[in-house]
Ligand binder design. Structure first.
Ligand code: S3P
Length: 177
């Protein structure tokens, strides 16, 4: 079944934004990132939103961003790692998007995010422990995806080829790639 959008879900640091940008280019589609919409609309970066308004406020803005991107077509949508915690978000995304879940090992996630201060949930003394805990809690929610791609120890090029192969095989997008 041909889908209007592709949405990338998965934990922080699994490559949703990097993969999304290239995947959109390869498909000749546009790229949109819900975190970026939120920062643009609020005029604040994510750490400040969490610090001054709290996580619940962020989740509300995230829900609105999801409602907005679901009206698009021919977009690769990168979502925030916690987007799946709200079942309305999943329901909305599933209406016209093919959901691809990117994953990586906790150790690799830590390697990728450790110098990046933009993820307030990981600004803790023992980020590996938090990553493992959150992964355990979120694992069942990520199962809503249509396709799962492990990005551990893979180059961006390899990940993109794997996704393109799968979506071509499954007839998800109309393409001559
Ligand atoms: C979050 C992930 C972040 C961002 C926010 C909360 C989460 O996005 O939405 O910091 O709850 O996992 P990335 O997955 O793009 O890092």
């Amino acid at each position: 079944m041909i889908m209007e959008n592709i949405a990338l879900i998965g934990f922080m640091g699994t490559g949703k934004t990097s993969v999304g940008i290239i995947l959109a280019q390869r498909l000749g589609w546009s790229f949109v990132d819900t975190d970026e919409i939120i920062t643009r609309q609020t005029g604040m970066d994510i750490p400040d939103i969490f610090k001054y308004y709290g996580e619940n406020y962020f989740r509300q803005r995230e829900k609105e961003a999801i409602e907005m991107v679901c009206r698009l077509r021919k977009h690769v949508i990168a979502t925030g790692g916690g987007v799946i915690l709200n079942s309305d978000n999943i329901k909305k995304l599933k209406e016209n998007s093919y959901l691809i879940c990117l994953s990586a090992s906790p150790e690799e996630i830590l390697e990728r995010v450790k110098y990046d201060k933009s993820r307030p949930l990981l600004e803790v003394e023992d980020p590996l422990k938090i990553i493992k805990n959150l992964l355990k809690i979120r694992e069942p929610y990520y199962q809503c995806a249509d396709l799962f791609v492990d990005t551990s120890k893979k180059t961006l090029k390899k990940i993109i080829e794997e996704i393109l192969d799968q979506i071509k095989q499954r007839g998800i997008v109309e393409c001559r790639l």
